[in-house]
Design a protein around this ligand. Sequence first.
Ligand SMILES: NC(=O)C1=CN([C@@H]2O[C@H](COP(=O)(O)OP(=O)(O)OC[C@H]3O[C@@H](n4cnc5c(N)ncnc54)[C@H](OP(=O)(O)O)[C@@H]3O)[C@@H](O)[C@H]2O)C=CC1
Ligand SMILES: N[C@@H](CC=O)C(=O)O
Length: 379
Amino acid sequence: MKTKDSEAVTVKIIKLGVIGLGTVGSGIVRIIQKNQQKIRETRGCCIQVKTIVVADRTKKRKVDLRGIKLTDQINDLLYDNEIQIAIEVMGTIQPAQTYIEALLKNGKNVITANKDLLATNGSHLIKCAQQNHVNLSYEASVAGGIPILRTISNSFTADQIIEVSGIVNGTSNYILTQMTENHSTYREALHNAQALGLAEHDPTNDVSGKDSAYKMAILAEFAFGTTVPLEKIAVSGIEQVTKNDILQAQKYGYTIKLIGQAKILEDSLSVSVQPMFVKKGHPLANIKDENNAVLVTGASVGEILFYGAGAGELPTANSILSDVIATIKDIQLNITGSKFNNFSRTTNIIDANKEYSKNFLRRKERSNKLYLNSSYPIL
Ligand SMILES: NC(=O)C1=CN([C@@H]2O[C@H](COP(=O)(O)OP(=O)(O)OC[C@H]3O[C@@H](n4cnc5c(N)ncnc54)[C@H](OP(=O)(O)O)[C@@H]3O)[C@@H](O)[C@H]2O)C=CC1
Ligand SMILES: N[C@@H](CC=O)C(=O)O
């Protein structure tokens, strides 16, 4: 490569391997191709996608794959010593878990957007990364394009977080917005969310609240430094939200949103995901379509709202690439292997399901007066 003075300089090329070339994988390829120059100027090196592993090699692809090896063999990535960073964007728990574990053990830094896997088996994989002195990063696993995990990790260390709440599933927020503002049916709105690449391959977890629960567990890990067993999170989704619920909410000045909450009650942590009535004017009431928002309350700083695209090709790919850049920095400083989230505290976790069923009965009495058939809590 030539500089302005025609002086020959060698620019290091960091080679990446990617597993998955669907919505997010395609976004990664596109952004690297578009912003290579800026990355080189900022980090002093080039990023090159060398290999992409897919399920079906014969499928027609939407991105320019010149110079990239497309394969259906994980070993092409696993045993390639030139590849220092592997990105997993294939989704679901298996075989993703087996692949990630093998990659970590083979000395590769791994970046993933797989919240299902992190919320269920994250501690094991984090330990595996540390033992093998490599990074495991997952900024894109929560709230798509919003850089929330590293922000909590870096900017709230000296503060005491009291609550993290928000809208963390793009698909369900898109559906609720379309049902509220465009009078779409639930089915039509879900179909559009799938066509836009927002929904999971199987959208059950999006609408049942499970995807939000996974993300709240990861957020709680960062905010409160503790592991939350998924069975202690009270979860309900948007499948039961009717047009009548939405109309009733509007009549009384509310909108219905799927809200995740992780909060300290006395000395214990309670985590839940449920549809709630949100008063118009509340910061979360105006979050529309696939956008997400995370409201962090710190004892010192008060409330801070983080807002942006919660799903979709380019926003999610940008979060993945923020992890790539952070990992390159760690490689350059020879400090890979430190934990993405550095806390490890023991906190009592309330079984929110028990609280939820008690409150549900109380709410039902109150809401029957206020909202006829609707029994969602008010935020
Ligand atoms: N879509 C989004 O907005 C967001 C997604 N995520 C997460 O990112 C991940 C990817 O999501 P998304 O891009 O939407 O998913 P897609 O369904 O669009 O793509 C999945 C990709 O994985 C490949 N794949 C599936 N099984 C295998 C396998 N066994 N071996 C190799 N490749 C395989 C598929 O190959 P082929 O193309 O050949 O079928 C496909 O290219 C998921 O974990 C998701 O939860 C996180 C945040 C936002
Ligand atoms: N299906 C998810 C994608 C991002 O995590 C969502 O809709 O939020």
